[in-house]
Ligand binder design. Sequence first.
Ligand code: FAD
Length: 519
Amino acid sequence: MTEPIVTDVVVIGAGLGGLSAAGHLQAKGYDVVVLEHHTKPGGYAHNFKERGYRFEVALHALDGMEKGGWAYSMFDLLGVFDRVGMNNLDPFYTVAFPDFEISVRTDVADYVDELSAIFPDEREGMIALFSALERLGHDMARYTADMRRGDGAPQDEMMQRYPEMSLAFSTPWAAYVAQYVGTTEAVAVLSTLWGYLGLPPSKVSAGQFGLTLLSYHSSGAWYPTGGSGAVTRAMAETIEERGGVIRYRNTVASITPDGSDRIVATTDRGLVVCARAAISNASPRATVGMLPAEIGDGSWATELRSETPALASFVVYLGLDRDVGAEGWHHHEFFDMTSYDLDAEYDKIVSGEFGEAGMIISNYTVVDPGCAPEGGSVIALTVLAPWDYKDVWGTGGDLESYSDRERYKEIKEEVADVLIDRAAKRIPGLRESIVVRKVATPLTNVRYVLQPEGSLYGREQTVMSQMTRRKPTTPIENLFLAGAWIGGGGMTLAVGSGRSAANAAARHLSGLRPPTASL
Ligand SMILES: Cc1cc2nc3c(=O)[nH]c(=O)nc-3n(C[C@H](O)[C@H](O)[C@H](O)COP(=O)(O)OP(=O)(O)OC[C@H]3O[C@@H](n4cnc5c(N)ncnc54)[C@H](O)[C@@H]3O)c2cc1C
């Protein structure tokens, strides 16, 4: 076993939650060591290369990136804008429903004008809906500022002090939007982005969905040059330049708390880091599994273990030998919707009817031309996906060496073919131009980022889970949690959760003596 590393804070996981926590702690003057399971930073926010094509693993669009947008200052502090250019997506996306197609502008007035051309009777309602979302945004900003100042409202005053936020966070999106817009088709269009949260309108929190929609429509939709991997590489390089240490291929196997100012993380390779505090970007379910049994079996841990993961994804990554953008397929993001009943779409996803449910066709080459060789394109076909499809994708839940199993390969290529056939109806000749074809299932998500059941967004973002959103603190004084399970799904929220965890850890550390130097 090598000598233990001694530091102020050990961060478990270099996903966006962990990188953000580490960077924010450094900005406060603390030393950090980050331990990461994978060979590169970013968790879901990374890319891979194959025969000259660079594939984006996850990102479709970032929100909050405009100067003054809610996430801008965090990405700035983490060194992203010094190294990575951001491209504004406007139109943000195109959506095709059975009877019409719309290219959605981010500017609210433009968006409402576009929708009013199809749904003239809903114009006033849509204007009122976006005004309500503005109020929700203001309430949320005031609530966050009040909480930071230690001036949070008692539970019985929440409705009075933050009325729109209280209403939105206690209502599913379907009921919230129904206050303003009645036509099923118009509601479906306004809810196109439900897949970005993983639950349909009748189930997803209106607070969470409304803030996401507002963020894209107030500070734009963005895609970084070089993809999300460029963003997380920039964050990792900044951490290392500022004296932080990141160790890859180190999966933390145990966390041993020892009083309020010492905590030890040990990896599967025998690397030991002795810190004053720890922040875990691993899922809460995995984190409690790393703790000693007397803590890991307690009621807090049992509650975390029982949380329902959000849906996973199934993605077909295609390298084409044609520039389909130059031929007219200019959509960075194209939603191929099969019906206006989004709850029925969700049911189809859960039961694995991938030919029938909403699919996103992304042409990354349009906004980030460097991802494909000259004259080629990078296309991704994305659907949400359940964990338990055909007996866990033909593996029976046995995750050891599953990728070589014939049944697994058969099922994954079958589903990929369904999606390619669908996409070929939109991009003629697609199948014939494929030179690279890679497929990621929910099990791939587990393999690379260790998210339970391949969840994209942490726990399901229901009304209840968002009303009772977890804090980064835990019953162990010097252990904190960061990532989508805590802050909400999506890349900017994962970064926000890292900042909250760093703030909580710094509050704890500022009351403590200097680090102990030995185990
Ligand atoms: C296909 C797809 C499309 C998406 N599209 C978008 C989008 O367009 N916009 C958007 O905002 N979001 C999108 N998301 C969601 C977004 O990527 C995630 O919600 C977010 O990146 C989660 O960040 P995280 O830090 O919580 O977790 P993760 O990214 O999962 O990071 C956790 C990290 O911890 C590491 N780790 C886990 N356990 C251990 C351990 N024991 N020891 C060491 N390291 C460990 C993992 O390897 C990983 O690096 C998408 C996701 C997917 C998969």
